[in-house]
Design a protein around this ligand. Structure first.
Ligand code: HEC
Length: 132
């Protein structure tokens, strides 16, 4: 009887410690579905956007994408919204029918992670509101 109780306690303790050391599994959507490619984003930018925003995003016909001033907001989702839907009255093309989801995602990340705040020389004057 005593041995059985001791055995049960030992077994319970062993099981508890296993659950402590087992790494928590990540939900699968965090693994790869939302990964992006900055090098692809750079390519998409050069081929579709540089003509209006400048090769380094410094601004030309379109606004400077390298400063802290944004007309439509500086966050990823706002930027992606402008890329997808454009601003027809102001001459910003809508890309939802010509670029894939992955291309829009990659160029959106390229803007917020590489261009934003890079302040290249010869940049166009700031437009919009300051977003820190
Ligand atoms: C035909 C010219 C043109 C092309 C091509 C173009 N844009 Fe624009 N873009 C503009 C103009 C003009 C605006 C300003 C819109 C406004 O004033 O509301 C703008 C605005 C933006 C904004 C918002 C800037 C802010 O301050 O909020 C982003 C982001 C943007 N463009 C990204 C892109 C990306 C990415 C591409 C390529 C996939 C691209 N644009 C291609 C002309 C262009």
């Amino acid at each position: 009887m005593k041995t059985t109780t001791l055995l049960l306690i030992t077994l319970t303790l062993a099981l508890c410690s296993i659950s402590f050391v087992t790494p928590k599994l990540k939900p699968c959507h965090q693994n790869s579905a939302d990964s992006f490619s900055l090098s692809n984003g750079k390519k998409v930018f050069a081929n579709n956007c540089a003509g209006c925003h400048g090769a380094s995003g410094q601004g030309a016909y379109g606004p400077n994408l390298c400063d802290k001033y944004w007309i439509h907001g500086s966050h990823y989702h706002g930027i992606v919204h402008v890329i997808k839907h454009g601003v027809s009255k102001k001459g910003m093309t809508a890309f939802r029918h010509t670029l894939s989801h992955a291309q829009i995602r990659d160029v959106g990340h390229y803007i917020i992670l590489t261009l934003k705040g890079s302040n290249p020389s010869g940049a166009k004057a700031a437009e919009g509101k300051l977003h820190k």
